[in-house]
Ligand binder design. Structure first.
Ligand code: NDP
Ligand code: N5H
Length: 257
């Protein structure tokens, strides 16, 4: 039987280390037979990823630098991918950033710069990446991003990132409408809390983790592999009738009142 993503070229953005959600997604995509292209911002992530790929015997078709804070960097990255690979069929957007100081305390203390930074890196980047990826998706495609429940509810400490994720989810819907006519689908996975480098040191993470174990329908936290398989669904033809959707992979926690 042919694998779900055999012969498909997928760009993965946002592997920082073995704990990254994007690494969980990478494993699912690799097992489904995808050809993988990676983008990193920091040299440190590039080195970690190189070692991880070696350790898990996964081949990268290409690795390019991409800082989503810069339009030029995004355009250059996708130009390099076009030159080397040509057609792509999918993009995994697993990137977000806010100043640590804005992820605690009073939301009304958020600075103008901090607000705009979170929006730029965590929401606008999906718009810019879709624009850059679209010309390479000549056979149609699928774009998947990562969001969190703090977009829908006022979750303590998530603050500026909750507003950025609300913007990201609205962008998913507007982008889905825009590029649907080109055969491109845009969706998001809303994951429960997962201990990653980004989550390290942020206030309230442990508390929320315990609440999920106690109150979610499945009484356990999710992991990177579960998010990986849900993202695989979005990137494959199994979800060919789905776009503009936000799928909760959170042990059902979001349905609890
Ligand atoms: P990681 O720290 O593993 O990944 C975050 C990634 O964002 C890093 O690879 C980092 O790249 C990248 N990044 C930050 N700024 C930029 C930039 N300017 N340009 C390019 N890349 C950038 O954490 P996660 O895997 O947890 O985060 C991935 C996504 O999942 C985020 O959108 C996050 O909000 C979301 N999410 C996470 C949850 C969790 O509990 N962990 C729950 C729900 C959603 P580099 O290392 O090179 O700087
Ligand atoms: C309610 C919570 C806990 C509190 C809020 C956490 C928000 C985290 C998201 C952002 C992306 C974290 C972030 O930007 C951290 C940076 O300020 C500092 N870290 C770094 O610079 C590291 C080295 C790099 C790799 O990180 C990035 N992002 O580049 C939410 C949690 C229960 C769930 C959660 C953790 C959600 C989420 O969106 O990640």
């Amino acid at each position: 039987m042919t694998k779900l993503l055999e012969g498909k070229n997928i760009v993965v953005m946002g592997v920082a280390n073995e704990r990254s959600i994007a690494w969980g997604i990478t494993k699912s995509l690799h097992n489904a037979g995808a050809n993988l292209i990676f983008t990193n911002r920091q040299e440190r992530s590039y080195k970690k990823l190189t070692k991880l790929l070696e350790k898990h015997n996964v081949e990268a078709k290409q690795m390019v630098n991409c800082d989503v804070a810069s339009d030029e960097s995004i355009q250059n990255a996708f130009q390099k991918i076009k030159d080397d690979i040509g057609v792509i069929h999918g993009v995994v957007h697993s990137v977000a950033f806010a100043n640590r100081d804005d992820l605690k305390g009073a939301f009304s203390d958020t600075s103008r710069d901090g607000f705009l930074l979170a929006q730029e890196i965590s929401a606008f980047s999906l718009v810019a990446v879709t624009k850059a990826a679209k010309p390479l998706m000549t056979e149609g495609g699928s774009i998947v991003t990562q969001t969190y429940l703090g977009s829908e509810r006022a979750v303590k400490n998530y603050n500026v990132m909750g507003v950025a994720k609300a913007s990201l989810e609205a962008s998913v819907r507007y982008l889905a409408e825009d590029v649907g006519k080109n055969g491109i689908r845009v969706n998001a996975v809303s994951a429960g809390p997962i201990r990653t480098l980004s989550a390290k040191g942020v206030s309230g993470f442990n508390e929320i983790n315990s609440i999920i174990e106690e109150k979610s329908p499945l009484r356990r936290n999710v992991d990177q592999d579960q998010v990986g398989d849900a993202s695989l669904f979005f990137l494959s033809d199994l979800s060919r009738g789905v776009t503009g959707e936000v799928l909760h992979v959170d042990s059902g926690y979001h349905i609890i009142g």
